[in-house]
Design a protein around this ligand. Structure first.
Ligand SMILES: Cc1cc2nc3c(=O)[nH]c(=O)nc-3n(C[C@H](O)[C@H](O)[C@H](O)COP(=O)(O)OP(=O)(O)OC[C@H]3O[C@@H](n4cnc5c(N)ncnc54)[C@H](O)[C@@H]3O)c2cc1C
Length: 548
């Protein structure tokens, strides 16, 4: 019997897990990565992996189980039950705890629970939990990567080196003034990695230890099919093309940086779209798989996470320059549209996205595009913005500042009267930590993750009154999570339009339609889908090779 072979396209979590699992099962494996760097959106991510009923929570005595996880996913998608495929959803939730444990048992990484971190919709939806479901890698020693260390992108979105527990103890991700800079510097000096960087690094190190090749700047450009089965992939590298034979796992991530696909499926008009994921995510899986008859399914645009963000200058290979805006959830800031009106719970990123994309004006136009964050100088002094530390000066050309709200409105193209009235109304209740209009920061998640734990009476609410005032136009930054993808059958097999598996073709992670998670979104779903998807595909390839 010949050794089975798996060609993995993409070196994000889904691809790296698939490669590791395949190698573990005796499959000859190669990883093909288009970018100069490894890890895709995964390496830039928060590294939160949502696993209901996981072994780490059980170890800590946290009450949870798979059935509650399933109940939550169903509740999330209650408005669109047709978007949920029960079989693949159950397979995902059932497999995730074992998949997480398998990585730990293999010695690839150690998982930690993100302490005190609730599901997005806790306690509103059934099946939710106040903590225990977010796994994240324990600090990982980047020096273990040796020469491969240069293949990881810098951690531009998260302070790699510290843990979620430390971050929360310092007042949260957005509250940078309390970050222990000395500790951060020490962790950097010892190349301690956390968040998505640790996830990518741990997997990359494990593959290197096992001798699984990961070829960068190599791109899967099409699939090779024989008699209706996929038997390999055409790979372009350095101007030459060759065929890698074997079953193919497509783990090429989302389509964030393909403007046509991003607008078609995620519904964000190009000038307002962006991505905080690498610019190599161009929907390649959809294209190459469609050529062999794969079915692509689009979920409503809202099901893809897009976060308020803004654009800076790119700083590393593959960087779009877009940065996630964490600061909108802090006190002394609000989000308004061109009329100067608030329009949602503007401390909760998904609420902003839903309102911006979901609410139309009388002529069918987006009611809240363009949209802006507006804040006062206390916010600047206390929190900073992206890489600008608290009290720092904003880089020229990024932020508009003015001595009055009227001047700020004029500078940003916002209606001055609308903005003045909105701020006055917001301030009326803000001192009491209340927002009767939109219940800003009512979700425990926003308080914990987007607020300032030291700000009383509410971590997300504070008046806007100290000049100078500041504002920036926001864009809807994609995060490597698409609304459309390849339709999967169980075992990560790619379906054709008749609902039959295309032999030899697998997909996982953000290349796949969210038929397992349905219409709703919770952070951590995405990496969790990649984890189980990668493992299931490898097992299926191995099962075909085994004698019956
Ligand atoms: C800032 C940020 C924070 C996030 N935080 C979280 C979080 O905490 N939890 C969570 O679940 N999700 C999070 N996400 C989303 C999550 O990171 C992605 O959805 C997930 O990493 C997707 O994994 P993947 O393996 O499918 O694809 P990716 O990690 O995006 O990897 C795809 C890889 O495929 C490569 N590729 C593309 N085309 C080709 C080709 N033709 N041939 C070869 N290679 C190709 C790409 O270069 C890329 O390296 C976050 C994303 C961002 C950007």
């Amino acid at each position: 019997m010949t050794t089975p072979r798996l060609v993995v396209a993409g070196s994000g979590f889904a691809g790296l897990v698939a490669a590791l699992a395949a190698d573990d099962l005796g499959i000859d494996t190669v990883v093909i990565e288009k970018g100069m760097l490894v890890g895709g959106a995964t390496a830039l991510s928060g590294g939160q992996v949502w696993v209901a009923g996981n072994h780490v929570a059980a170890r800590l005595g946290i009450d949870d189980d798979i059935a509650s996880g399933i109940a939550y996913v169903r509740a999330l998608t209650a408005s669109h039950p047709d978007l949920l495929d029960e079989a693949v959803m159950r397979e995902w939730i059932d497999t995730a705890p074992a998949a997480a444990r398998w990585l730990e048992d293999l010695g690839v990484l150690t998982w930690e629970i993100i302490p005190g971190f609730p599901d997005y919709h806790y306690p509103a939806l059934s099946g939710t939990r106040p903590e225990g479901r977010y796994l994240t890698p324990a600090p990982f020693d980047g020096r273990r990567l040796g020469d491969l260390r240069t293949l990881l992108p810098p951690p531009v979105h998260f302070p790699s080196g510290v843990t979620y527990g430390e971050l929360f103890a310092w007042g949260g991700q957005a509250s940078r003034r309390n970050w222990d800079q000395a500790l951060l510097a020490e962790r950097r000096a010892h190349d301690v990695l956390t968040f998505g960087q640790a996830l990518a690094a741990a997997l990359l190190a494990a593959l290197a230890d096992r001798g699984v090749p990961v070829h960068t700047e190599a791109e899967v450009v099409s699939l090779v099919a024989e008699d209706g089965a996929v038997v390999g992939a055409r790979v372009r590298r350095g101007g030459t093309e060759r065929i890698e034979s074997g079953a193919v796992m497509l783990a090429t991530g989302s389509y964030d940086s393909d403007p046509e696909l991003a607008e078609r499926y995620s519904g964000t008009p190009a000038p307002y779209a962006g991505s905080v994921a690498p610019n190599t995510l161009t929907g390649d899986a959809l294209r190459v798989a469609a050529e062999v008859g794969a079915e692509v399914r689009a979920h409503p645009a809202e099901s893809a996470a897009r976060l308020p963000g803004f654009r800076l200058t790119p700083t590393f290979p593959g960087d779009t320059g877009d940065r996630q805006c964490h600061e909108h959830g802090l006190p002394h800031a609000i989000v308004v549209d061109r009329r100067g009106h608030r329009f949602c719970d503007d401390a909760f990123p998904s609420a902003i996205t839903e309102a911006v994309l979901g609410q139309r004006g009388p002529g069918g136009e987006y009611a809240h595009l363009p949209f802006f964050m507006v804040w006062d100088d206390r916010h600047r002094r206390r929190y900073g913005l992206a890489e600008v530390p608290p009290g720092g000066d904003y880089p020229p050309g990024t932020v508009t500042s003015a001595g009055s709200l009227a001047e700020l409105a004029a500078g940003l193209g916002i209606d001055p009267d609308g903005l003045r009235q909105t701020v006055a109304r917001y301030n009326e209740h803000a001192d009491r930590g209340e927002d009767p209009d939109f219940a800003r920061g009512a979700r425990p998640w926003s308080q914990k993750f987007k607020g300032d734990a030291e700000h009383a009476p509410h971590p997300n609410i504070g008046t806007i009154e100290e000049a100078p005032f500041h504002g920036i136009e926001l864009r809807l930054a994609m995060t490597g999570i698409p609304a459309a993808g390849l339709v999967l059958l169980t075992d990560s097999r790619v379906s054709d339009s008749a609902g039959e598996a295309i032999p030899g073709l697998y997909a996982a992670g953000s290349s796949t339609a969210m038929t397992n998670s349905g219409a709703g979104y919770n952070s951590g779903f995405s990496l969790s889908r990649g984890l189980t998807g990668g493992l299931l595909a490898a097992r299926h390839v191995a099962s075909l090779a085994r004698p019956h």
